[in-house]
Design a binder for this molecule. Structure first.
Ligand code: UD1
Length: 336
């Protein structure tokens, strides 16, 4: 299939672009490189043995999108592009609403003009708010910050669009906590500035770029007191996108799937696994809880297994080994 991937130079986008190329699809990436690097796509081309086409543009630019659709004639779209930092979204809500909603509307309008009826959307388990795990797709939704609200609003836009157009096939993927990297160590997560998320921070402590990790709270109602999340290897996540694409090829309508492992891992368990991966202790100090965090979040991934035949296969140790390989090979990310 010809697949247009927005945000394909980013962390999850680059791993999915590689999986698409390896599966024989023709891929065109649209990415404005505000939070990603063209180098990731050069490395994807090396790994795949052939490149994805690349258009450097913001998805909101409808003239560029129009020309790109007219030239590439995509049969499906995977929509990753968007702003994604929780704290920043609280400080700059209008930027988040403008960027994330406008880009999606432009994309959907362009798809409609060109008769492209298949879209996979990159959503997040953040839409479950403080819901009680295991979280299934029919759990109540409710976001707690503007970033999360853009995800929920886009899900609703996609649902409405699919009601209006019975040919439209929508796959919404709610990711739990993606970590890890391709086993080559050539592509991985390269956050700008100080990492907000746990594993990218641990990775920088493990390689000496930062002195110590802050553990946000050890007084949660969990076995060791630290927060529990459902970490999923980014390669399993990428495979989930291919499975969803396959499904919506012949299933019109609106579909939602969780992509998680169904297993919870605490912050202390992540530190231990990372210490095994890097072979030395990870210094940390315990600080108070981070505002807005929940104690426990993990998926009920059974719907994806049932409908897509997909399930995560990689465990926490493999995730940490692959993360460490990427980080130690590329201590400054793609810019080194
Ligand atoms: C966060 C976002 C979520 C977003 C997701 C993207 C918040 C509140 N939530 O999820 O909306 O979809 O990233 O991947 O920001 N932790 C530490 N020290 C750190 C960083 C994190 O102890 O330096 C702890 C947290 O308290 C939490 C766990 O590690 O218990 C995971 O945190 P994180 O990686 O930021 O992911 P989420 O909070 O689950």
């Amino acid at each position: 299939m010809r697949v247009l991937v927005t945000g394909g130079a980013g962390y999850i986008g680059s791993h999915t672009t590689l999986a698409l190329l390896e599966a024989g699809h023709d891929v065109l990436v649209v990415d404005d490189l505000t939070n990603s690097h063209a180098e990731s796509l050069r490395r994807v081309a090396t790994l795949a043995g052939r490149p994805a086409q690349f258009v450097e543009a913001n998805v909101r630019h409808d003239d560029v999108m129009e020309a790109t659709f007219a030239r590439f004639l995509p049969e499906a779209v995977i929509h990753f592009a968007g702003w994604k930092a929780v704290g920043e979204s609280v400080a700059k809500p209008l930027v988040y609403y403008r960027e994330n909603l406008d880009s999606t509307l432009t994309l959907l309008e362009t798809m409609q003009r060109h008769g492209c009826t298949r879209i996979v959307f990159s959503s997040s388990a953040t839409v479950y708010g403080a819901g009680e795990p295991p979280l299934s797709e029919d759990a109540p939704t409710g976001a707690t910050n503007p970033y999360g609200r853009t995800k929920l609003m886009i899900e609703e836009i996609l649902a409405d669009a699919s009601v209006a157009d019975p040919d439209l096939a929508v796959g919404v993927l709610r990711y739990f906590n993606p970590i890890g990297a391709h086993a080559s160590g050539m592509i991985g997560e390269d956050p700008q500035g100080i990492p907000n998320n746990l594993v990218p921070y641990v990775a920088q402590v493990a390689t000496g770029r930062r002195a110590e990790l802050s553990v946000f709270g050890d007084d949660y109602d969990t076995p060791d007191g630290t927060g529990i999340r459902d970490y999923i290897h980014v390669l399993d996540l990428a495979a989930g996108h291919l499975a969803a694409l396959d499904y919506i090829r012949d299933h019109a309508g609106y579909h939602v799937w969780n992509l998680g492992t169904g297993r919870g891992t605490s912050v202390f368990e992540i530190i231990s696994a990372y210490e095994r991966a890097c072979g030395h202790p990870i210094p940390y100090q315990v600080l108070p809880r981070r505002a807005g965090d929940v104690a426990r979040s993990f998926a009920d991934p059974s719907k994806a297994k049932r409908e897509l035949g997909w399930e995560a296969t990689r465990g926490i140790d493999e995730m940490c080994v692959d993360s460490y390989r990427w980080q130690s090979n590329n201590p400054r990310g793609f810019t080194a």
